[in-house]
Ligand binder design. Sequence first.
Ligand code: SF4
Length: 298
Amino acid sequence: MELTGLHLLLTYRCNFECDHCFLWGSPWQSGTMTLAQIDEILRQAQEHNSIKSIYFEGGEPFLYYPILLKGIRLAKKLGFETGIVSNGYWATTQEDALEWLRPFAEILDSISVSSDLYHYNEELSQQAQNAQQAAQELGISLGFISIAQPEDNSAESGVGQLPEGMSGIKYQGRAATKLAERVKGQPWRSYTECPYENLREPGRVHIDPFGYMHICQGISIGNLFETSINEICATYNADTQPITGALLKGGPAELAIQNQLSPQQNYADACHLCDWARQELRPQFSQILAPDQIYGDF
Ligand code: SF4
C-alpha cells in the first residue's frame, strides 16, 4: 500500500457539537497531539516516499493554534503540500480573520471551512465569508464544506439530488445517533459495498493523537507510535483483515452476516449499518475498532 496524504486529527476536541459530526467532536472530548508526536509523524511521513500532502483537521484544529501553526510550518519546511480543515469559528470579523490567518501566509496551501445549517444559522455564514476574504488577501486557497440536511437527500426529495455545492451526510458517529431517524432508509441487506473508502489502496489515511492509522474513521490498520508507517503499509492486507475483509467482500451487510449480528430492518445508508455493526463488534476487535473517542465513548 502506498500513501499519498496524511490527515492528522490534531485533536478530537471541538468548540461545537454538531449533529452531523461523524467523529463525535465536542468540547468534552479528549485527545490532542503534542509537538513531539507531530514531529514523529512527519519524520515517518518523509520515510514513506509517496506521501506528498499533510492536512490538519479535528475536532477543531484552531483550538490548539500554536501547535497547529508549528505543525504546518514543519510540514511545509519538509516539502509537503499543507492543508487545514476548520469550522471557521475564529473568523469573527474580516480584520480578525486576517490576523488569525496571516502567520499561515506562504506556508499553508489550502484551507477548507465548514459552513452550513449545522454550524451556523445560515448556509454561508459570516465567519466563512470573513475567512474567505482573508484567505484571498493572503493568497491561500479556500473552499467551503457544506453538508445538506437529511431531508435534502431523502427518497421523497430524490436521492442524489443534493442542493448545489452541498454534500450528503455520512451516517456515522453522532450523525447516526442524531439524524438517521429523519430518513426512511433502505433494508440492511441492500448495503453490499462501502460507498466511500478505497479499502485496499486508500491513498490518504487519518492519523489520530493516539497514533491510530484509520482507513475509515474508527477502523484502525495499525498504530504508528508502535509500528512505522512503512511497516504498517507493507503488512496491511485488506482482504484478510477481519473488518475490511468483510466490507470488501460484501459491504456492511456482509460484516453483519459474517459476525452473526441481528440488524434492524432499515438503515439510513451503508455507513449507518457499518457504524452499528462496528459498535457491536468492538469488544471482539478492540485493537481495530478504536479509539473510544470515535465511538462516542468519552
Ligand atoms: S461503509 Fe463503513 S468503512 Fe465504508 S465509508 Fe461507510 S463507515 Fe466507512
